[in-house]
Design a protein. Structure first.
Length: 260
């Protein structure tokens, strides 16, 4: 399949819905899919009119992980090529936290291995009640190396290590309990719930959202005092912008803000 057909894009107001579209392979996160998703997200991020993104999977599953046939061929590569082959994943995992707009995963069925990593990478995630999530790479002798930083950020140290070492598959309620997803909804309500969340975020001040994301991710590994100083500095940038003045004026005059 061509890269363009692997990720479908639909614009709904200020929200873009992206659909991983290779259902006969359960939307496997092979290199073509990762390249297509990264390229599409870069295009979305370049459009200032886009205020939120939803990523979903076509068919019965979000993404059941990598393409093992492709992986088997990759095992024949020399050492440097293995190092270089990780670049598409690195690019994707750097891109989403740096995007202006929040990215929401809408998860149904299997979200395993790299698919689970994509859920962890997104800023928020909504799961259908039939979702099954897990880092199952260990079952074929792999450790989920590239996705581990995103995973440990959302579920914490011990749970990330347990997931990585056991390959255990979690149901939606356990994924909710450990923080891998934000909420669980009935399967038939998943699309609407994800779009409602995205639409509500798209109605917020875009500068507050973008700078808020920047603050959140940049301070994740800072010490407490360092994070406070970073927050002070980024606050200056925000206070000098137009959005906060518009928001305050709209509140005081009992009108809806016009964020442009």
């Amino acid at each position: 399949m061509s890269g363009e057909s692997l990720v479908l894009q639909e614009r709904i107001g200020r929200v873009v819905r992206l659909t991983l579209c290779h259902p006969e392979k359960r939307n496997a996160m092979n290199y073509a899919m990762v390249h297509a998703l990264t390229s599409t997200l870069r295009g979305v991020d370049a459009d200032p009119e886009v205020r939120a993104v939803v990523i979903s999977g076509a068919g019965d599953h979000f993404s059941a992980g990598g393409d093992l046939k492709e992986f088997a061929e990759e095992l024949k590569l020399p050492a440097f090529d293995h190092w270089q082959a990780a670049e598409p994943w690195i690019e994707l995992f750097r891109l989403v936290p740096a995007m202006r707009a929040p990215v929401i995963a809408a998860v149904q069925g299997y979200a395993l291995a790299g698919g689970c990593g994509l859920v962890a990478l997104c800023d928020m995630a909504i799961a259908a009640d039939d979702a099954k999530l897990g880092t199952t790479e260990i079952r074929i002798g792999l450790f989920p190396m590239i996705i581990l930083p995103a995973l440990r950020r959302v579920v914490g140290e011990r749970m990330a290590l347990e997931m990585a070492l056991t390959g255990r598959i979690l149901d939606a309620e356990e994924a909710l309990r450990i923080g891998l997803v934000n909420r669980v909804v009935p399967r038939d309500a998943l699309s609407n719930e994800a779009m409602e969340l995205a639409t509500s975020l798209a109605e917020k001040g875009p500068a507050a959202i973008a700078l808020g994301k920047r603050l959140f991710y940049a301070t994740a590994d800072m010490g407490y005092d360092e994070a406070l100083e970073f927050a002070r500095n980024i606050r200056v940038v925000y206070m000098l912008g137009d959005d906060v003045a518009e928001g305050v004026d709209a509140f005081l005059n009992k009108r809806k803000p016009n964020w442009g």
